[in-house]
Design a protein around this ligand. Structure first.
Ligand SMILES: Cc1cc2nc3c(=O)[nH]c(=O)nc-3n(C[C@H](O)[C@H](O)[C@H](O)COP(=O)(O)O)c2cc1C
Length: 377
């Protein structure tokens, strides 16, 4: 009979006022299935998240906090009534199974395009083209020079995060996670290469962290007892790599010491040299130790984990939970596969970001040869 290969992963974890049934977290994954004018989730999102609700906690795909925040075609938001209504149905589907569901709040800043923003230029700390590519209705297009934000723009954007956070709670999410990596708006403020401001939101480490910390504070005041997390990657600067970069790392280190008890957890994605490169175990550990030395609360480790390495990182005390991204694409029942030591299916990368149900809600659960093994769980 197959035996469980893991144990620590399947102990409960208290987070805010919630007790998670296990320490397996589904990492946020943009899937570009919101093929409607309202950028609102539909029945297929309910099915997709409901299928994956064996995780103790699921973090939603990045949800745009405003119209200006959208970073690609068919990506959902959390700023309109239709979107709140759609997400309410998704949270119902997930809560029926006991898993916690967190809304990831995102603003991509300069990593957008006027074709996604009704003809307006993207917003950013300074007018510096990030030289990236963005998916629009006409395909992958190059980014352009964004409009440097005025202080009014900054204050309105912070208010947009707070409003999206209130919407998350209205829609029944258990809390929110602030996306603070991947060269998006918060990273653009942290990094002196994309932030040349001289007005108190740019300059030294403290000034470059200010936008992030003001967003954290505003969101925290908007969600009552909801869970508040931040997702960082050390510390994505530009393009497809997210490597330790001294200038932005210093800003994040400062922010980590400042967020203190305001945030319930830090979700730390390991470094790697390109979007699909392998994660290196030592780099993962170095990041987690760095986060632990600055932040007292719950740490969720992310980046290329399997059953053994996830168990090991928990046993070593480097993290309190482990999140899995890519493995959840093709394994809706990943927690069960982890518990029973069942093999993992490989995802089809060509259907990762296309609309429709194929490659989204049609991955099967594992079949178990020995019914006694299933009965154990
Ligand atoms: C299809 C896909 C979409 C992703 N979208 C997001 C996103 O919206 N927000 C985010 O913070 N990370 C996103 N990520 C990164 C994952 O959350 C995770 O950090 C990364 O995949 C590494 O974890 P893994 O090795 O377990 O996949 C995405 C990853 C994938 C594969």
């Amino acid at each position: 009979m197959e035996r469980p290969t893991t144990s620590h992963l399947f102990t409960s974890l208290t987070l805010g006022e919630r007790t998670l049934a296990n320490r397996v977290v589904m990492a946020p994954m943009t899937r570009a299935r919101t093929t409607n004018a309202a950028s609102a989730p539909t029945q297929i999102h309910e099915t997709y998240y409901g299928q994956r609700a064996g995780a103790g906690m699921i973090v939603s795909e990045g949800l745009a906090v405003s119209r200006d925040a959208i970073g690609g075609i068919n990506l959902p938001g959390l700023f309109s009534h239709e979107q709140v209504a759609g997400w309410s149905s998704v949270t119902d589907a997930v809560h029926g199974t006991g898993s916690a569901l967190i809304a990831q709040l995102v603003h991509v800043g300069a990593m957008s395009h006027r074709d996604l923003l009704g003809g307006r230029l993207p917003l950013a700390p300074s007018s510096i083209n990030p030289a990236g590519k963005v998916s629009t209705a006409s395909g992958r297009v190059s980014t352009e020079s964004p409009r440097a934000m005025s202080v009014d723009d900054i204050e309105r954007t912070i208010a947009d995060y707070a409003s999206a956070a209130r919407n998350a709670m209205r829609a029944g999410f258990d809390g929110v996670e602030i996306h603070a990596h991947r060269g998006y708006l918060i990273s653009q403020f942290a990094n002196p290469r994309s932030n040349r401001r001289t007005d108190g939101y740019g300059g030294d480490v403290k000034a470059r962290s200010r936008f992030f910390l003001e967003v954290v504070r505003a969101v925290s005041e908007s969600i009552g007892t909801g869970i508040l997390g931040i997702k960082i990657a050390p510390y994505w600067t530009e393009g497809e790599a997210h490597v330790f970069d001294d200038d932005s790392s210093a800003a994040y280190d400062y922010a980590l010491t400042e967020v203190g008890k305001t945030v319930s957890y830090v979700h730390a994605m390991a470094p790697r040299t390109s979007a699909w490169a392998d994660f290196v175990a030592e780099d993962r550990t170095a990041l987690l130790q760095r986060v632990r030395s600055k932040f007292d609360g719950t740490v969720i480790a992310n980046g290329g984990f399997n059953a053994e390495s996830a168990e090991a990182v928990l046993d070593a005390g480097f993290a309190d939970a482990v999140s899995f991204g890519l493995p959840f694409v093709a394994n809706p029942d990943l927690p069960r596969r982890l518990a029973l030591g069942l093999p993992w299916a490989d995802p089809d990368r060509s259907s990762m970001y296309v609309g429709g149900t194929a490659g989204y809600i049609d991955y099967p659960t594992a079949t178990i040869a020995d019914p006694l093994a299933a009965a154990d769980h």
